[in-house]
Design a protein around this ligand. Structure first.
Ligand code: 5RP
Length: 236
């Protein structure tokens, strides 16, 4: 039997390969962040090389930027291309209405900006990311915050009934600093039965740059399995 981790990696890759089939010659594509999106970036590079196609990529993080360079994808910016054809990105949780929690990789703000600039957002993930209700298994909502306001936001999230924590670094002491020079607060709210309302409340806290709640943004989700892929489409 294959080790469980190998099966999960195969599932992520299967979802990524399916999503990259939507990329057409001449497309400007948003390049998501995380381990699943990394498979999509690699496959976009393969298609450029093998099929002699021309794509431009807008990376959502330094990770995506460095992978795009490695796989010889020509980089562009939102300044040059404010409308993207497609974004392919990962997610941490996906509910039945295709609402998402993102940001465990800390790239949520650029990911949301790029998604908001795109005609279509395709999410790729393995089966473990599917939930009935966001926040299951005590999963936190990541928020990018201005460091100056971090303590104040911690207090306010507590008053709202959340359990907040500043994200600590791996391979570095102290807080994680995002690609935008900010901090991440992970806030647990239990089950998020109304993500639209929570998103509004969190965004109204001064100093919160962006939240990892992506409400009704995803158009298509590919859930990879170790053999095959399940396709979910947003209900109108
Ligand atoms: C980064 C993200 C990632 O897309 C999300 O964390 C999923 O990552 P992975 O594919 O490694 O599980 O939102 O900010």
């Amino acid at each position: 039997m294959k080790p469980r981790q190998t099966e999960i990696e195969e599932a992520k890759k299967n979802a990524a390969l399916e999503a990259v089939k939507h990329v057409k010659d001449g497309f400007v594509v948003g390049l998501g962040s995380g381990s699943t999106a990394a498979y999509a970036i690699e496959e976009i590079g393969n298609r450029i090389r093998n099929e002699r196609l021309h794509f431009l990529g807008v990376p959502t993080s330094y990770q995506a930027f460095m992978l795009a360079i490695k796989h010889r994808i020509t980089i562009t910016t939102l300044d040059e291309h404010p409308t993207l054809d497609l974004v392919i990105d990962g997610a941490d949780q996906i509910d039945q209405d295709l609402n998402l929690i993102k940001g465990m990789g800390g790239a949520l703000t650029r990911e949301k900006i790029v998604a908001s600039a795109s005609k279509r957002l395709i999410i790729i993930a393995d089966e473990n990311k599917k939930v009935k209700v966001l926040g299951e298994n005590n999963h936190p909502i990541p928020m990018e915050v201005i460091p100056f306001s971090a303590r104040l936001i911690i207090r306010k999230i507590g008053e709202m009934g959340g359990i907040p924590a500043i994200r600590e670094g791996n391979g570095k002491v102290g807080p994680v600093i995002t690609d935008n020079g900010n901090m991440i607060i992970d806030a647990r709210f239990g089950l998020v039965t109304n993500p639209t309302e929570l998103e509004c409340r969190l965004k109204s806290v001064v100093g919160v740059v962006e939240t990892g709640l992506f409400v009704r943004m995803a158009n298509t989700v590919y859930i990879g399995k170790h053999s095959g892929v399940e396709k979910l489409e947003k209900k109108m």
